[in-house]
Every structure is written in structure tokens, then in C-alpha cells.
Write a protein that binds this ligand. Structure first.
Ligand code: LLP
Length: 386
């Protein structure tokens, strides 16, 4: 049976709500499992900073020896500041700006994940000006189905990401015609919040097919990067606080047909930080509607946008009450109807001043916060120094 998360309620009054509460024990257990399972197969893991770039979280993740997957100049700087070695930083993204490419070249990062021939030309040109050769991996759109929300599925033909399978050889010809870029890897990513191992197996089949095709031109690249995407259990955060990395990695180990000397890379984000974070908010008012009651809280879609943007489910708990369960629509203060964390949410009887925890919010929570309505950004606190 799933139980409520355990929160240090006595410490909460000294903090301004809403705030993110990070359970460092959960984060450490997740990282222990991730690194142990990856090491079994000598898989290399680059943490996707886009999921959470809080400096404290980054420094803990860096402590486990992971590399960093960055999608902006800002993320490259944050990764370096947190101590990630430049030799383990990859830079991805469909629209890299000139200054970002130059920054990455100046830092001599490990690799650019390149998404188009025009981008390749620019990287080659900038690298030439600096007298450098940039390592690149070609991001391939594998056209593989991912059973997830359509906004976060990225590996289908209709998505803007990557080079179509049919254009890969043309891309490789282009790389070979330039002298300041070197192809070192193939990069794939099929989407996010994927719980069906079959989807990853489908990706592996595509990788194998492409490798066979490249073998015909006597080509073997050193690095195979299969992206991120492993999902978490939003409905039962206690039941599975650490994702099943063992099954995930085994799927790739058993399905991928690797050539001699190839290394496999992963870019997990959500599965690393998702379950350690909760958004803590206080109930401002309980309002009786015509057919329902609203629990109006001081957090809004500016603090956690996933429910408004993706109709994402997050489990909500009343940490302050053991009263009988009632149903509430949990809504925020923002002037948008989509500013709703959940409808008909079953909560222990709720009153003004109660603390609610919106669970599984460690990934794409704090980092996606905005100041719409000129609100303050949410603060963060950590279980080990609260
Ligand atoms: N690598 C690439 C190329 C990606 O595009 C992403 C995520 C990742 C790795 C990390 O994927 P993860 O392991 O976290 O699934 N804001 C959305 C998720 C957007 C994901 C974008 N790409 C959400 O809140 O669900």
C-alpha cells in the first residue's frame, strides 16, 4: 500500500511557501542504483540538466561521477560551475545560437549532438576560426513510437528533432567534406516519461539497422547515445521511489548489437530527480462551489507548470490532516483556468493553513518556473539542511 510521504512538518513554518522540498536520501538512493546498474555494462551516463539545474542537486549528481547533457550555454556554464568535467559534457539542441557554439568550443566540451547540415556547417566554420576540430554526434530521428504524451514524444518523423533516417548518409558525406568536425557518435532520443521497455527495444532495433547500413560503407562510430526517457511512477511515488534502472539497462544490453570498442551513453533526466522533489504549498482558502469544493493554494502554474501544460498527473497529499477523505479541486491563484493541479482530488479534510505536498515534482518543476503575474520564484530546501 502506498503511504504518504514523510515530511518534516515542524520545520516548514520557518519557510515561505510555496517551496520545493528535496529528499536527499531519495536522490542518493536513486543515484546509487543508477550508477551501480550502469557500471555493470560499462554504460556512460550524462545527466540531462534540463530536468533540474538547482546547484545543490547538480553538485550531488556530479559527486556520483556522471557526465552532463546540456541544451544551452546557460546549462553548460551551470554544469561547469557544479564541477562536471568538460570532457564529459555533451551539447544538444535543435537551435544552438552562435555564442553557445563558441562557448562550447572554447571549453572544449566532449561532443556536439548535431541536428542538421546547416548547423554542422556553422560548427565547422567556428571551429576552423579557432583552429580546432569539434567532435560531433549526429542526432537521428529514429521514427520510433513512444507511448507518452504527444508533447514529449520526440522520435517520430513529424517532430522537429534530428536527421531523418533516410538522410543520415547525406549528413555523413557532409561531415566528411569538412575538415574541422569529426563524427564520433550516433545520437537518438525517442521521448520522455516512457515506461514500456518495448519502446526502448524498438529504438535498439533501429540503431542495429542503422549500424548494419553504416557497416556497408565500412563505418563504425565509437559512441552510441540512446538519449533519456525512462519514466517514473507519478501515481505511487512511495511504491517506486527509485526507478527500475536494472530492467532499463538490461533492455539495451540485450537488444543492442554493438561493434568492437563501442561505448553506449544515456541521458536520463526525469528518472534521476523526479521522485526526490515535492512542491510544498499552503492552503489559502477552502471555497464551496456549486457542485464541488475548491482548495485554493498559494502555489500556481508558475511554480509547477506540468499539469497546466501537459495535463500531467501529480499525486497531492494533505500533510497536515488525518481527517476523513473529501474531494477537492486543487487550484492556484493565477488568472488562468488551467491553473489547476488536480480535479476531484481525494484529500484528508482540508482547512486554511494546511500544507499540501505535490509529489514527484523534482523533474521539470523548479526549472520550468516562471514569474508570470510577477510572482516570486519558488525557493528550494533540502532534507539534510532544513
Ligand atoms: N536527451 C534529450 C535529447 C532530450 O530531449 C531529453 C528531454 C532528455 C535527454 C531527458 O529526458 P528524460 O530522461 O528526462 O525523459 N518538460 C517535459 C519533458 C521534456 C523532455 C524534453 N527532452 C515534462 O515536464 O514532462
Amino acid at each position: 500500500m502506498d503511504t504518504k510521504g514523510k515530511f518534516p512538518l515542524d520545520k516548514f513554518p520557518k519557510l515561505e511557501t510555496p517551496f520545493y522540498y528535496y529528499d536527499i536520501n531519495v536522490l542518493n538512493r536513486t543515484l546509487d542504483s543508477l550508477t551501480t546498474e550502469a557500471e555493470k555494462f560499462n554504460f556512460k551516463v550524462h545527466y540531462a540538466l534540463k530536468a533540474n539545474a538547482n546547484p545543490r542537486i547538480l553538485s550531488i549528481i556530479h559527486g556520483y561521477g556522471l557526465g552532463a547533457d546540456c541544451v544551452s550555454g546557460g546549462e553548460i556554464r551551470a554544469a561547469i560551475q557544479a564541477g562536471f568535467p568538460v570532457s564529459r559534457i555533451v551539447f544538444a539542441g535543435v537551435g544552438k545560437a552562435d555564442w553557445e557554439i563558441n562557448l562550447a568550443l572554447d571549453y572544449n566540451i566532449f561532443c556536439f549532438n548535431v541536428e542538421s547540415i546547416p548547423e554542422l556547417e556553422v560548427i565547422n566554420e567556428f571551429a576552423a576560426k579557432k583552429g580546432k576540430t569539434a567532435n560531433i554526434a549526429v542526432r537521428i530521428n529514429p521514427n520510433v513510437k513512444a507511448d507518452t504524451h504527444h508533447y514529449i514524444s520526440t522520435g517520430r518523423e513529424e517532430n522537429k528533432f534530428g536527421i531523418a533516417l533516410g538522410d543520415v548518409e547525406k549528413f555523413i558525406d557532409a561531415v566528411e567534406s569538412f575538415s574541422n568536425v569529426k563524427l564520433v557518435g550516433l545520437h537518438f532520443h525517442i521521448g520522455s516519461q516512457i515506461l514500456e521497455m518495448n519502446n526502448f527495444a524498438g529504438l535498439c532495433s533501429r540503431v542495429n539497422e542503422l549500424q548494419d547500413q553504416l557497416a556497408k560503407r565500412n563505418m563504425v562510430v565509437e559512441h552510441i547515445n540512446v538519449g533519456g526517457g525512462l519514466g517514473i511512477d507519478y501515481h505511487y511515488p512511495e511504491r517506486q521511489s527509485v526507478p527500475n534502472f536494472a530492467d532499463y539497462f538490461k533492455t539495451f544490453r540485450s537488444m543492442l548489437k554493438l561493434r568492437d570498442g563501442q561505448t553506449v551513453h544515456f541521458e536520463p533526466g526525469r528518472s534521476v530527480v523526479g521522485q526526490c522533489g515535492s512542491l510544498i504549498t499552503k492552503v489559502l482558502y477552502v471555497k464551496e462551489g456549486t457542485n464541488k469544493q475548491f482548495s485554493i493554494v498559494d502555489a500556481g502554474m508558475t511554480d509547477l507548470i506540468r499539469p497546466a501544460l501537459y495535463q500531467a498527473y501529480h499525486k497531492i497529499e494533505n500533510c497536515s490532516s488525518e481527517k476523513p477523505i473529501q474531494k477537492y479541486d486543487v487550484v492556484g491563484p493565477i488568472c488562468e483556468s488551467s491553473d489547476c493541479f488536480g480535479k476531484d482530488v481525494e484529500l484528508n479534510g482540508t482547512k486554511r493553513g494546511d500544507y499540501l505536498a505535490i509529489r514527484s515534482a523534482g523533474a521539470y518543476g523548479e526549472v520550468m518556473a516562471s514569474q508570470y503575474n510577477l510572482r516570486r520564484l519558488p525557493q528550494a530546501c533540502f532534507s539534510d539542511d532544513i
